[in-house]
Design a protein around this ligand. Sequence first.
Ligand code: 26Q
Length: 761
Amino acid sequence: MNKEKLLRDIDEIVQSQKGKDSDGIVSLYNEISKKCMEYINFTGIGNETKTAHYLSMEFLMGRMIDSNLMAMGILEDTRRILEKHGWDRRCFEDIDDYALGNGGLGRLAACFLDSGATIGINLHGYGIRYKYGLFKQVFSEDGAQKEKEDDWQVFGDPWSVRREDEKEEIVFADASVMAVPYDMPVIGFGNKKINMLRLWQSEPSAGGTDLGISDFLYPDDSTDQGKTLRLRQQYFFAAASIRSIMKKYMKEHGDDVSCFSEFNQIQLNDTHPVIAITEMILVLMKEYGKTFDFAARTAGRCFNYTNHTVMPEALEKWDTVLLGGILPEHLAIARKLDRRLCRELSRAGEKRKARVNYRIMERDRLHMARLAVYVCGHVNGVSEIHTGILRDSLFRDWLKIYPGKLLNITNGITQRRWLDLCNPELFGLIASRIGEGFVRDLSLLKNIRPMIDEGFIDDFIKVKQARKRELAEYIAKKQGIVIDPSTVFDIHIKRIHEYKRQLLNIFSILYLYFEMKDGGLKDFRPTTFIFGGKAAAGYKRAKAIIKYINMAAGLINNDPVSNGRLRIVFVENYNVSYAEKLFPAADASVQISTAGTEASGTGNMKFMLNGAVTLGTMDGANIEIVERAGRENNYIFGADTDEINRIRESYDPLPLLLADKKLGRVVGTLSDGTFEDDDGSLGELYGALTEGASWHRPDHYFVLHDFRAFIECRLRLNMDTADERPFARKCINNSISAGEFSSDRAVRQYADKIWGITVNE
Ligand code: 26Q
C-alpha cells in the first residue's frame, strides 16, 4: 500500500468537500472510506492454510472508520488533513456505530476479529446484516426507556462489498430465501493481514416472498424465546455460512472432504449458531453421499462451542413442533444424534435413568447446548470461575464420559480500540516509558512497573482529569446535564439485567442520600454516579429499574442537601462509541453481579486497562483481575459463590429488611409513594424482592443480602480517594496489570488449544 499516495488522495477528497454541515461529514466519511477500500484491495479470501470461522449472531463493531484508519497507520495524518481544511479532527463522531449486537457477546466477537487479523491468522466472522441494529434508547419525561429503530444504513455502508456471485439459497420446509453476503475487511493493525467479516442479508428468492429474516436484531431477552423468526435467523446465517465455507474448500481442495477439518475450524459463539452442525451433516449426506456416521465424525472434528452463560433461562431449547415445521430434516438428524449418544452412554455404563440428563432430545424439545457439547471437539467457558461452574454443574455428567472436552479461555479485549484509540494520552504516557510495543503485545505492560515514579503519577492524574473533563463536556452537549469533573467518577455501564444488580447500586446511593438528609456523611467525597445501558424492550423489570434510577436521580440531583455531593447521571443510548468516552474517565468500575452469574464480563477489563479500580464481587473475570492487580488495589465485597450456594436454599430477605431500618427505608421507596408508579412497575420490583414471583423466590439475586457489605466497601473507596496520589497508584497498578486481558492472548489460546493453528508473527 502506498501510504503517501493514499494520503494525497484523502487530502484531495477533503479539499473538494464544500458543505461543512452534517451532510458534508457523511459524504466525507463515505468518500474517504471508499478510497481506503480501493487501497487495501479487498478482493476475497482463500483457504490455502488452516482457517478459523467464527459464527456469531452478533458483531458489535462500533464505529469502523477510526479503527480502520488506525490499523492502516493513517489515523493521525487523516485527522491533520481534516484540521488543515477547517474540519474538527473528531468530526466522524457524528457517524453511527455498527451496532449489530447487544452487548458482551457481540463485542467479544468484534475484539476477536481485530486480534485475529493483527496476530496474523486466518480468522473470519460470519453473521447477519441486520437492516436495523440494536435500538436507540431515549428517555421519556418520566425517565422510562423508549426504543427507536437504528437505521444505520442511512450513513451509507462504505466498508462493505456486496458479493452477488456468492449468494446462497436457503430452503425452509415452507419457503425459501436468498442469502446475499456483504463482506467487510478486518484490517490487522499495521495492515499486514486482512481478514473478512461476512454478513448475510436475506432477500426474496425468485418468485418468493420476503420473510424479513434479516430485518431486526433480537434483543438479549430470555423471556422472548421460542420465536419462529429467531429460529429462521439462526438457520439462515448458519446454513449460508456452512455452505460458503464448504464451497471454498471444494474449490481449492476438490471434493475429497476427508481433509476438511485440517483446513477449517468453526467456532460457535454460544448456542445461537448450533444448527450449523446439523446443516453440515445434512450437506455431507445429501450432497456428497456420505454416511451419517462419517458426517457426524467430520462435524466433530471441525466444530467447537463457546458457552457464555450458566443462567438456566438463557439455555436455548427449540420446540420440536416448531422446529419440525420449518426444518424437519434437522429435527431428524438431531434425533439420530440423540440415539447415537444414548448408545455411547450405555456402552460407557450409564444407566437409563442417568441418561436423561444428557438427552439432546429433552422430551419435546431440542436442547442446543447438549447437541453442541456432544458433537463438538472442544467446549470452552470464558473465565476461570465460569469454566469451573460448567465443570462442576452444567456439564458435569458430560465430562465423565468425555473428559478433556472442556477448557477455559478467559475473555479479552483489544487494546487498540480500548486504549490506543479511546485514550491516546494514557497510551502515550505508557509508551513514553516502555515504547509502543504493547499495542501488539499487551504483556509488555508489566515492564513499566519499576518505572512508575512520582512524575508518572503526576502525569497519570492529569490524563485522568482530562478524560473526566471531556466526558463532562460530552454529557453536557448530549443531555444538557452538568457534572463536575473534580468529583469521583463511579461508573456502572452494561446491559440492564437483574443479575447485574443495578438495583443494588441505586439502593446504595439512596442510602447515602438519606444519611445526608439525616445530617451524616460529613466527610463524604463528592461523587458522580454514572449509569449506562439498555434494557431489552420486553424485559419489564429491567425497564422498571431504568425508570427508578432516573427518578432517584431527579430526587437526589435536585435536593440542596445532596447537591454538589451526590450526582446521578443515566447516560442515554449507551453504545460502543459512548463506551470509548466512559471507560477512560472512570475512577471506579462497578462490577457487582451476584457471585456465580456473570460469565466473565469484559467491560471490567476495559476499565482496568484505563486505570480504574474495581468495586465488585468475586464473580466472572473480576476474580482474575483482582488476582493480577492485587486485592489491596481494588474494592471487593459481598457473598462469593460458596456463600451463595450455602445460603440459597434457606435465604429469606424479610428478617434483614425488618432488622435494618435504613435498608427498609431505601427499599421502601419502591412502594411508599416516594416515586410515582402509575404503571405499577416499581411495585412489581418491590414484590420481586420481598415476596418473589411464581418463577422465583424473594430477592433471587441477593441484593439485600449484599447491601451492607456494599455500602461499607463503597464508603471505604470513597475515603481512599481523599489521598489523591495513593489512590492514583492503585489505579495505575490496575492499568499496568492488564497485560493478560488482551483479546490477542485469548485468540492465540483459541488458535493453539482449539483450532490447531500456529501463530507466527
Ligand atoms: C437468546 C434467545 C433469544 C433472543 C436472544 C438471545 C440472546 C441474545 C444475546 C441471549 C444472549 C445474548 C448475549 C449474551 C451475552 O452477551 N453474554 C455475555 O458474554 C460476554 C462475553 O463472553 C461475557 O463477558 C458476559 O459475562 C456474558 O453475560
